[in-house]
Write a protein that binds this ligand. Sequence first.
Ligand SMILES: [Mn+2]
Length: 217
Amino acid sequence: MAEYDVVGDLHGCLNTLQTLLDELGYDGDGRHPDGRRLAFVGDLVNRGRFSEETFTFVMRLVGSGRASTVRGNQDVAWAEQNPGLGRWIASMPLQLLLDDGRLLVIHAAVTAEVIGRTDDAAERWCLHGNESEAGVRPDWQATYDGEPFAVAGHSVVKEPRFRDAGGGSVIIDTGASHGAAAQDRFTGEAFTGYLSALRWPERTTVSAKTDPRDLAS
Ligand SMILES: [Mn+2]
């Protein structure tokens, strides 16, 4: 069984990421003494202050083979402003199936039907959570019927939101880039943002308070 730490939406919060990696036991090059590996749910950029630096840092870890990341909608939007990054974004998959198929990483949401697919429907689920034009985002966790345990970001939650449907799932975007102005998408509750990671196979989470230097002024 492989062991992973899956990190939530970074949105340019590089200092916060470094605090979290330290907490998780990684060195500055993404090495862990127990051989654990990093994965990211995407949305590496936008909102926080250090998009470029965060993107470069994660891509360096990916290039070294010590981490992997899926693509988020904000990564795609950012590449449109920075055409030189297109090939990097294209190299980020929509889905990562880890630990012999037991753990599925996506950015926004998933349903069993689109697992392993890269077509438009899969992209709509994985990047945008199948959000309607009116901005309505289904509660995908309630109807998740896939076998792997699924971990996603994209929807800001006050606490990592575990659900049991299907093989189980968790949303781990705890609003790092929103700082004190974070608001839970499901309950509307306001809270102070932080960055979270899922530890796998433990199914526990570790978090770091947002570093104020990461917040856009
Ligand atoms: Mn997103």
